[in-house]
Design a protein. Structure first.
Length: 416
DNA sequence: TCTGGGGTCCTAGGACCC
DNA sequence: TCTGGGGTCCTAGGACCC
C-alpha cells in the first residue's frame, strides 16, 4: 500500500525522566525513575499537584493531576522533586534536534511529543521499524531518557501506537492492525475522548474503541454534533491531517495565568496580579511579532467557580499599558466581589505587526511602544526580573508571573 | 480530591443587518 | 408588531489535549 509513513515520538514520563537524567548528570546516584517518585509543585503556594510520576509510583495508584497529599497518603515514602522547566525545555529541544535529522517534515506537538513524516524516505534511512529503533536508541544513548515510538500511515494511529505499551518501546499500528491492537482498548484511551465524552458513551453502552468504531455514526452525530463524527473516524483509524511544521505564525493566542498563593479580595492586589500577568503576555506577543485584537481575563474563585470576560478591540495592539488598561476594565466588569484564587490574561486574534508603522500613531503611543521595546531588550539581555515595577515592592505579589527568559531558548551546545 | 498552566476548537444565544 | 429567514459578528462557557 502506497500510504504515508508517520512516526509519533513521545518521551516517557517526560518531566520525571528529564529531572532524573539531569540529576544523574549532576552526579546524583539515585535514579528517581527506579523508585516511587513524582514531580510536583509546592502545596504551600497552592500549586500542589502531581505533574509527572515514575513507573514504580504507578503501582500505588498515583495519578497525574492529583494532589500531593493524596499521593502521599497512597505512598508515604514517595520522593517528590520540584519541576525544573528550564531543563525540560532543553531536553525537549535536544530531542527535536535529533528527530529533525530523520525528516524535514516534523511537527512539535507538545513539549514531549513530536510527529515525523518520513514518507518515501526508505532509501535514505531504511525500513520504518528500523528507523524507529534507531531514533529511540539514539535519544536514549545521547540524551539519557527513553521514548516510545508509534508508526503508522497517519498521525492519529501513530499517536495511538506510541501510547500502547511503555516505556522504551516501538509499536506499529497500521490500519490492518487496528482491530487487534486498538479496538479492545477502553474508549477513554482514544484521542479526544475525555471524561465527559466517555461517560456519555458509556450510557449508550459504548465501552471500547471497537464499540465506537462499529456504532452508527448518524446516532453519534445526533448525540455529539460534528464531534460525533470526529471520534467515530478516529475509532476507525481515519485521519488525513498533515504533519506540518509548527512555527510562531501558527500561534492563535498567548495567555498567562496563575494560582495566587493567597486569596485576593480587593482590587488593588488584583490589579497587581493582572499587571504581572500582562507584562509577560505582552512581551511574548511582541516577541512573536504579532498584534492582538482580542483581550480576555479569566477568574477562578476560591470556591472554584470559573468565569471569564473578553473584549474585541477596534484596533490591534501589542502595548503592555494598552492591554493592561483593557484587562483592568474586564476585571471590573466581571469580578463578583468574591475571593479570587486564580487569574489569567489571554490575547488572541493575532495579526502580523509587519505593517504596523509607529508614524500612524500619536506621539504618546509611540513613546509607550519605544518604552516596551527598551524594557524587552533589557529583560532579554539580562533576565526577566531585571526591571520590575515599583508597585510590587513589599506587596507579596510577584512583579512578573510566568516563565519567559533567555533560558527558554538555549543554544544547542548547552544541552544538559 | 483542598484541586496547575499552557493551549485549541466548538456551540449557543443575542445583536444587528438586509 | 399577534413579526420571516438568513447571514455575520460577538461573548461566554465548556469540551478536549499535553
Amino acid at each position: 500500500m502506497g500510504g504515508k509513513t508517520i512516526f509519533h515520538i513521545d518521551a516517557n514520563s517526560a518531566f520525571l525522566s528529564w529531572s532524573a537524567a539531569a540529576r544523574l548528570y549532576k552526579g546524583e546516584t539515585i535514579d528517581i525513575r527506579d523508585i516511587p517518585s513524582i514531580v510536583g509543585g509546592d502545596p504551600k503556594s497552592r500549586h500542589g499537584i502531581v505533574l509527572a510520576k515514575s513507573i514504580p509510583s504507578k503501582k500505588y495508584g498515583i495519578q497525574t493531576g492529583e494532589t500531593l497529599s493524596s499521593a502521599l497518603s497512597k505512598c508515604p515514602t514517595l520522593t517528590i522533586v520540584p519541576p525544573e522547566y528550564d531543563i525540560y525545555v532543553r531536553c525537549s529541544n535536544a530531542m527535536v534536534e535529533i528527530l529533525k535529522e530523520y525528516s524535514p517534515k516534523h511537527q512539535r506537538y507538545s513539549i514531549d511529543e513530536c510527529f515525523l513524516d518520513c514518507t518515501n524516505m526508505e532509501n535514505l534511512h531504511g525500513k520504518p521499524i528500523e528507523v524507529a529503533y534507531a531514533m529511540k536508541e539514539r535519544i536514549k544513548k545521547e540524551l539519557g531518557f527513553t521514548v516510545n515510538v508509534g508508526i503508522s500511515s497517519n498521525k492519529l494511529l501513530a499517536k495511538m501506537g506510541s501510547d500502547l505499551k511503555k516505556p522504551d518501546m516501538v509499536h506499529s499500528l497500521y490500519p490492518e492492525e487496528m482491530e487487534e491492537k486498538m479496538w479492545p482498548l477502553p474508549v477513554g484511551d482514544l484521542f479526544m475522548v475525555g471524561r465527559k465524552t466517555m461517560l456519555k458513551l458509556y450510557r449508550i453502552n459504548v465501552k471500547t474503541i471497537g464499540d465506537l468504531a462499529n456504532y452508527n455514526v448518524n446516532i453519534l452525530k445526533d448525540l455529539f454534533k460534528s464531534f460525533g463524527e470526529v471520534i467515530w473516524k478516529f475509532a476507525n483509524g481515519i485521519d488525513d491531517s498533515e504533519v506540518r511544521k509548527s512555527n510562531f505564525i501558527d500561534v492563535k493566542g498567548i495567555g498567562n495565568s496563575t494560582t495566587i498563593p493567597f486569596d485576593v479580595d480587593n482590587k488593588r492586589e488584583a490589579y497587581m496580579v493582572l499587571l504581572s500577568l500582562t507584562e509577560i503576555v505582552a512581551m511574548r506577543l511582541r516577541d512573536s511579532e504579532n498584534l492582538c485584537r482580542l483581550v480576555a481575563v479569566s477568574i477562578r474563585s476560591n470556591e472554584f467557580a470559573n468565569y471569564s470576560r473578553q473584549r474585541k478591540l477596534s484596533f490591534a495592539t501589542d502595548s503592555t499599558s494598552v492591554i493592561y488598561g483593557i484587562v483592568k476594565e474586564l476585571f471590573n466588569e466581571s469580578w463578583k466581589e468574591e475571593k479570587v484564587r486564580q487569574m489569567g490574561v489571554r490575547v488572541s486574534e493575532l495579526c502580523s505587526n509587519e505593517f504596523y508603522q509607529t508614524s500612524f500613531f500619536q506621539a504618546d503611543e509611540e513613546r509607550l511602544r519605544s518604552l516596551d521595546k527598551t524594557i524587552d531588550g533589557i529583560r532579554l539581555k539580562y533576565e526577566t526580573g531585571a526591571i520590575t515595577r515599583s508597585v510590587f515592592v513589599n506587596s507579596g505579589i510577584k512583579a512578573i508571573t510566568g516563565g519567559y527568559s533567555v533560558e527558554d531558548y538555549p543554544p544547542m551546545s548547552s544541552i544538559l
